[in-house]
Design a protein around this ligand. Structure first.
Ligand code: ATP
Length: 445
């Protein structure tokens, strides 16, 4: 985009935003470039950048697109010279790009492509907050959840956003496995000083799948010291794992407790609406790739309903479906979907029974199966019973009277009350939601 076009956009903005907004906020912007859908502006201070982004960002994007320039996002940077003159206290050391030091970031994993629904809204909000930079508010941010629910996607999105907003930040993203590998290599090559220097000089450290270091003593030790040094230096740490810190077996207690010090948020298993939203957003991408293909009504709903394991499986199914339909040159109908994905659909159909649920829940709470089903009303038995009723309602297609019958011939209103009680408790008692999550996963294995 040339400066002429920006000048044109400016004059429209002047009319749209009013004189005083224009001179206070828009005039100080200096257009830098438009690349890959990101329009970058130089601003005298971060404050101006943030304010413009929050208050006039949509307007600017709208006007840019209206004038024929495809812009999806805005980025505001303080050029290093302006930084000095504006006396903005630098919070970070200026370093070179770190792409060579960390793992490769997937360019598709951005906030734009992350579909938000009830099960992941808290994790998404926390990730966004960290990605916006500013003072470190929760450290570490600990994201956890089952396989393929978007942890890596969110971490990459944070890294992309941070690099965009503050290119001078030294952001290092890597898996816990890579951390260990680097540590071992450093030990072998007697380069521990370099290792320490590298990890202690970052502004933001992101470690994916931290459960990997559990049981690996020296790696845990080194991780612990790296963690402490960075937290002491007010550097942001973002960690992901497949379960909550307290649930990671063979992870040292002192690490568990450090990991719990910040904000721990989980990505819950997807619900129907989220799965449908994800499918719809992926179909838009495929539609551009396979413009000749038509997808019949009801196919996405069918997939969202039937494939509830994880998003990766859902995505894989869609990719296969489009590839197959393009190969045979046919419309994507329900029939074609069932033919093409019969194995995936069968695997997703694993049925959980009420009896399996009762067994798992009684094992988890260490009570006898007969006490779960029997008449005892003590809370020690009643609570696990209600949890099992809740899971039976969620995970099986049994009706309330059928569930009641399997719990020692109880009435359907008792089941209804139990389910409601657990729903209430989940909202205020994180122990209950954690237990449910663990049980749900164990039952799906
Ligand atoms: N909410 C979402 N919106 C869009 N895509 C999503 C969402 N959640 C997951 N995905 C996609 O699903 C796939 C798996 O996600 P990701 O790799 O982030 O999972 P993960 O939680 O890190 O899994 P693992 O435990 O196996 O490492 C990715 O392609 C990701 O883009």
């Amino acid at each position: 985009m040339t400066n002429d076009v920006w000048a044109e956009v400016l004059s429209t903005l002047k009319g749209a935003l009013g004189k005083s907004n224009y001179s206070n906020w828009i005039e100080p912007l200096e257009f830098a470039q438009l690349e890959d859908g990101v329009a970058t502006f130089h601003v005298p201070t971060n404050f101006i950048g943030n304010y413009v982004s929050q208050n006039f960002g949509d307007q600017i994007l709208y006007q840019l697109n209206k004038s024929g320039h495809e812009a999806r996002r805005l980025s505001f940077r303080v050029p290093s010279k302006a930084r000095k003159t504006a006396q903005v206290k630098p919070t970070v050391k200026v370093t070179k790009s770190d792409d060579d030091k960390g793992a490769q970031l997937d360019s598709r994993f951005t906030f734009d492509t992350f579909v938000v629904g009830k099960p992941n809204e808290l994790a998404h909000a926390a990730a966004r907050r960290v990605a916006e930079g500013g003072p470190v508010s929760f450290n570490p941010l600990f994201l956890y959840g089952g396989v393929g629910l978007g942890k890596t996607h969110l971490m990459h999105a944070i890294a992309h956003e941070l690099k965009l907003r503050s290119p001078e930040l030294n952001v290092l993203y890597l898996s816990a496995e890579q951390f260990m590998y680097r540590f071992i290599t450093a030990l072998r090559e007697r380069k521990m000083m370099d290792f320490k220097q590298l990890f202690r000089s970052v502004d933001v450290l992101m470690v994916d799948d931290v459960q990997f270091i559990a049981g690996k003593d020296s790696t845990q030790e080194e991780f612990f010291h790296t963690f402490n040094t960075l937290v002491d230096g007010q550097k942001q740490i973002i960690i992901s794992a497949d379960r909550a810190p307290g649930e990671i077996k063979d992870l040292e207690e002192r690490i568990k407790s450090r990991l719990q010090c910040g904000l721990v948020v989980d990505l819950h298993p997807t619900d129907y609406e989220l799965r449908l939203g994800i499918l719809q957003s992926k179909v838009e991408v495929y539609a551009a790739q396979y413009p000749e293909l038509v997808i019949a009504d009801g196919v996405l709903e069918f997939l969202a309903h039937r494939i509830s394991t994880n998003v990766r499986v859902l995505e894989g199914a869609l990719t296969r479906l489009f590839a197959f339909a393009s190969l045979v040159g046919r419309e994507i109908t329900l029939e074609l979907t069932q033919d093409c994905l019969s194995d995936v659909l069968k695997a997703s159909d694993r049925k959980v029974t009420v009896e399996e649920i009762q067994r798992k829940v009684s094992e988890h709470y260490n009570i006898r199966l007969s006490d779960m089903i029997g008449p005892k009303r003590l809370r020690t038995y009643a609570r696990p019973r209600q949890i099992a009723m809740y899971l039976a309602k969620q995970m099986t297609s049994r009706s309330l009277p059928e569930i009641g019958r399997r719990f020692g011939g109880r009435d359907h209103t008792t089941v209804m009350h139990g389910v409601k009680r657990i729903e209430e408790l989940m909202a205020k008692d994180s122990q209950i939601s954690d237990d449910l999550e663990l049980l749900r996963r164990a039952l799906q294995e």
